[in-house]
Design a protein around this ligand. Structure first.
Ligand code: G6P
Length: 607
């Protein structure tokens, strides 16, 4: 969703801001803008559409060493030029960029209008700029502090003032914000990827903290003006991890990275020979966790699908009752949290607003709150009592791929860790971990079937409705396969437990309907073969994801993609790969923008 970048230093700000905006593009946006603080005026350029549109109207020789910029994903007001950020007050003395939602914007707008203020945009953000102007007393930092005391809602903001060139004041509540520390230069951003080209030294702001940034340094305080000493941290990611590196799209790059990424995810954590698992991030809570009476996994989107696999894993391997909740439902449902309940939030970005709120709700009710997160230092990671990082590297493609497989690997390790501490035998753990250790190499061999996956996409790409069916561990994979297809190719697809087909969706099956069966060898193999027969007898076009060596299935399906054999609980990590590839090729064939699908955001930071 929205992205912020701000620069203070000695270099020309504009190229740095523009490059930062491009690095933020992956988050999803519909308009963009820049404010440069000149000697006697703030110069704003903004427009609806892509950053390339903004670049066409910008004066590239505009000299300024301070500026702020923004990518907007519309919430209040249409995605047009006027509603794009930065927003100014009516005199143009202040400019503001803002991520989040000012919930009492209507009341503040009415108050300001009664004070004679005229508004230009429909946004909640403009209220901030106008309010700051009304309260300004010659000290930008103090005025922003005062203004924020009047505001309800969430924000990451950066503010500049014509009268104080060389200064950015930034503040955070519920929306990420960090400051990159360079040599005589500072970059405020909502996302580490925007600053990585300049520095890897960073300070993360906490909620209700503010920072005043100038070329002389940064001063961090709370909203109550209590000074805060911040630790400078090192961003783990490298620049080449957030660049295409010769690939056509981030999605295909990240699909291909999965083997190596999963290896990193497991590195130093599993010892198949001894049947042991080391998860340093949860060591402090291991005792409480092992005694858990119930586990609730909460997440959104693809992470929720990983959670569904986790439910099967926790129950089968750890023998702990487990349920999976949409974070958006959990947070408002008055959930029952008893002694011994552990809530685990799963999130790639660590910033999804609903997942964060669900976690906070669980903590407030006394649950042990854990996280399975990719982005180190993210809001969810900082809110948890303990957690396990994915370590799969940055995920830039909007359609989540390597994060899903990483989440399932982490949940597999966690389930085995708990199982081993409760009832699982050492040989049982050894067998499980030996199979897990082989997964990265097996993932890489599946990628060799790229052409077969493209062929499936070519054959059925003109069909507007697809079904994905699986049973047991493969049911969540069916949901994930359908989600991938609809996200990036805009083909309508539904994922279902295969047995549920008879309770309604079977009515949809005609000889025009592609039906993807995840039909690997396992406890429900014969059942799913019966479901395939049911679809065939109604003329459906069967595509099967099957286990290597299963020749029977090739007589039933029009297309088969084979995956190597592994233990049933680990199969989802393999079966999802061909579904990612099929979706990718279908999107390309339909001419869709794979990395920037319409209306979607990589990180959904509003409700
Ligand atoms: C958005 C993304 C999805 C992602 C979901 C949860 O909808 O487009 O790809 O699965 O958010 O994101 P998270 O960062 O919490 O895993």
């Amino acid at each position: 969703m929205c992205g912020i970048i701000g620069y203070v230093g000695t270099k020309q700000a504009l190229p740095i801001l523009l490059e930062g905006l491009k690095r933020l593009e992956y988050r999803g946006y519909d308009s963009a803008g820049v404010a440069l603080v000149g000697d006697d005026a703030i110069r704003i350029t903004k427009s609806a559409g892509r950053i390339s549109v903004l670049e066409q109207i910008l004066k590239h020789d505009d000299q300024a060493v301070t500026g702020i910029a923004h990518t907007r994903w519309a919430t209040h007001g249409a995605p047009n030029d006027i509603n794009a950020h930065p927003h100014t007050d009516q005199s143009g003395r202040f400019a503001v960029v803002h991520n989040g939602i000012i919930e009492n914007h209507y009341t503040l707008r009415t108050y300001l209008q009664n004070e004679g203020v005229t508004f230009k945009s429909d946004t909640d953000t403009e209220v901030l700029g106008q309010l700051i102007a009304l309260l300004y007393d010659g000290d930008l930092e103090e005025t922003v502090r005062k203004a924020l005391h009047e505001v309800r809602g969430t924000y990451g903001i950066a503010v500049v003032c014509r009268d104080e060139p060389g200064v950015i004041v930034a503040a955070k509540r519920g929306s990420p914000l960090l400051v990159g520390i360079g040599k005589g230069e500072y970059i405020v951003a909502s996302d580490a990827s925007a600053i990585l080209a300049h520095t890897s030294q960073v300070v993360y702001l906490e909620d209700d903290e503010m920072v005043c940034v100038s070329a002389n340094g940064i001063r961090t305080t709370t909203l109550e003006d209590i000074p805060v000493t911040k630790k400078i941290q090192e961003i783990e990611w490298t620049l080449d991890q957030i660049e295409l590196g010769g690939h056509e799209h981030f999605m295909i790059k990240e699909i291909h990275e999965q083997g190596a990424a999963l290896k990193t995810c497991m590195r130093g954590r599993i010892d198949p020979e001894k049947g042991t698992i080391h998860l340093g991030g949860i060591a402090d809570v291991a005792r409480e966790l092992t005694r858990a009476k119930r586990i609730i996994l909460t997440a959104c989107g693809t992470a929720w699908h990983a959670g569904l696999v986790g439910e099967y894993l926790m129950e089968e391997l750890a023998r702990i009752p487990c349920e999976v909740e949409y974070a958006s439902e959990f947070r408002y449902r008055n959930p029952i949290i008893e002694d011994g309940t552990v809530v685990i939030a799963i999130s790639q970005s660590g910033e999804t607003a609903d997942t964060l709120a669900a976690l906070e709700e669980a903590k407030q009710r006394g649950a042990l709150a854990l996280g399975v997160v990719n982005v180190v230092g993210s809001s969810i990671a900082r809110t948890t009592d303990a957690g396990i990082y994915l370590h799969v590297g940055p995920e830039i493609g909007v359609a989540s791929t390597k994060a899903f497989s990483g989440q399932v690997v982490v949940l597999s390790m966690l389930a085995c860790y708990l199982g081993r501490r409760r009832h699982m035998s050492q040989p049982g753990a050894e067998q499980f971990l030996t199979a897990l250790e082989r997964i990265p190499e097996q993932v890489t061999t599946i990628l060799e079937q790229n052409d077969a996956c493209r062929k499936v996409a070519e054959t059925y790409v003109d069909r507007d409705n697809w079904l994905y069916l699986g049973r047991g561990y493969q049911y969540p994979v069916a949901l994930e396969g359908a989600l991938k297809l609809k996200e990036i190719s805009y083909i309508h697809a539904e994922g279902l437990p295969a047995a549920e087909m008879k309770h309604g969706p079977i009515a949809l099956i005609t000889d025009d309907m592609p039906v993807v069966f995840i039909a690997t060898r396992g406890s429900q193999y014969e059942k799913i073969i019966s479901n395939i027969e049911e679809v065939r007898s109604r003329g459906g076009r069967v595509i099967a994801i099957a286990t290597e060596g299963d020749h029977h299935i090739s007589q039933l399906a029009e297309s088969v993609i084979y995956i190597p054999d592994t233990l049933e609980p680990l199969q989802p990590i393999l079966t999802v790969i061909p579904l990612q590839l099929i979706a990718y090729h279908a999107a390309l064939l339909r001419g869709c923008n794979v990395d920037k699908p319409r209306n979607l955001a990589k990180s959904v930071t509003v409700e």
